[in-house]
Design a protein. Structure first.
Length: 406
């Protein structure tokens, strides 16, 4: 073992970006009577898998060990491959590795993605979905002007604070989840679920999503269809001052700590390309201490997300994978889902050939919440459903008990 170090890596898009977002019309040729969706929208955030792959690229770039060609290796130079393996391991991320902690060279683990306000040094996370949504006159302040492009700066908050739904416990309900039920007392279907961010550094203040993330719409041509058709692609962008951030733990080998070689394994700043259209992101890497690395999840754990003492609320700090089947040991949950497509094999040919070698997984979105009775056995059974070391290692499946003293 070498020396453990911690870094915060922030990625600022230089324009619009497009992540995930299934192309909802089928790939390749199709019949005329097949339904095609007109709008294709980007996810708000890059996935943990995308960021993990980008971090591996950044390590190789700094060391001058990038392969020649998009997907080709250099088999004639075993030493070259060995040096790559020291830095990033022999395999990239795959969902098939989810059950075990995997060797990724000097990269050890990552936190869930969060949004970093570089001007204030504050951290934003998806607001828990059990926030009691307020509308109209219940919200103070707020400015409807959110700017018109990626260079716009708008950080107008509604002055709204996070306030969890009030829950009532009913026995003898005979529901699909059991004989007892936990139900929200003050949920408004008309108001729906929150779509905001929570600031960990401003007394749980909420920030409107459209003050952080904007939408750019472009018209595109689907040339692979039988009759070339138009469709709309909704790109996203970040308002000025915000960036996507993740904190990582690395284990620097002793060989890299020799005199004259003490430099950090990443460049301090640079440009990388991510997403469907290889959007440009400026990155900054800052060394931090272990306390700062752990503070993100510790600060989330301190938030009280229920007004009862007989239940705990578990918060999904990241997107989470769970095998098919009903969630157990939780009497009530509020969650949203999303798709994650990961490439199982990449042969270097066109986009559609690659997609045929991919798999689509359904994930639980960050911000989802789960109510679990305060019972050791019940809580252990609940957490076991998300216990995938290979996923939590890169920032997926971080489900945190809240309302704790840390």
């Amino acid at each position: 073992m070498g020396q453990i170090r911690y870094y915060r890596c922030s990625f600022t898009p230089l324009g619009g970006y497009f992540f995930g977002g299934e192309r909802n019309f089928p790939f390749g040729l199709q019949s005329l009577n097949e339904k095609k969706d007109y709008y294709v929208s980007s996810e708000d955030f890059p996935s943990q898998a995308t960021l993990w792959g980008t971090l591996r690229f950044m390590l190789l770039e700094k060391a001058g060990l990038l392969n020649n060609g998009a997907f080709a290796s250099n088999p004639a130079d075993d030493a070259f491959l060995k040096r790559q393996e020291v830095l990033i391991g022999s395999n990239g991320f795959s969902m098939s590795f989810k059950d075990t902690f995997n060797p990724y060279g000097i990269l050890k683990r990552a936190t869930p993605l969060f949004i970093y306000d570089k001007r204030k040094g504050s951290r934003l996370i998806p607001a828990p979905l059990n926030h009691r949504v307020q509308t109209g006159k219940n919200i103070e302040g707020g400015d409807p002007d959110i700017g018109t492009g990626p260079d716009s700066v708008s950080h107008n908050s509604s002055n709204e604070k996070y306030a969890p739904l009030k829950m009532i416990y009913r026995e003898g309900m005979n529901t699909d989840l059991g004989d007892d039920a936990l139900l929200p007392e003050d949920y408004s279907a008309k108001s729906g679920l929150t779509d905001m961010f929570l600031s960990l550094d401003d007394n749980n203040a909420l920030v409107k999503r459209n003050d952080v993330i904007g939408v750019l719409t472009q018209t595109r041509i689907a040339r692979e269809l039988e009759q070339g058709g138009l469709f709309k692609m909704e790109y996203k962008y970040l308002m000025g001052g915000y960036s996507f951030s993740v904190m990582i733990e690395v284990d620097i080998p002793e060989a890299m700590l020799l005199p004259g070689r003490e430099e950090q394994p990443f460049c301090n700043s640079g440009t990388v390309f991510m997403g469907m259209d290889k959007s440009a992101f400026c990155y900054e890497v800052t060394e931090i201490d272990k306390k700062t690395f752990e503070e993100l999840e510790n600060d989330i754990k301190k938030i009280r997300m229920i007004d009862r003492d007989d239940f705990n609320v578990y918060y999904a700090a990241s997107d989470c994978y769970k095998n098919t089947g009903q969630i157990t040991s939780s009497l009530f949950w509020i969650m949203q889902k999303k798709n994650l497509r990961t490439l199982e094999k990449q042969d270097g040919r066109d986009y559609y050939s690659s997609m045929k070698k991919s798999r689509l997984y359904q994930m639980i979105k960050a911000g989802s919440v789960f109510y679990v009775k305060k019972d050791k056995a019940a809580e252990e059974e609940f957490l076991a459903q998300f216990a995938y070391p290979g996923l939590s290692q890169i920032g997926f499946n971080h489900v945190l008990k809240t309302g704790e003293r840390v």
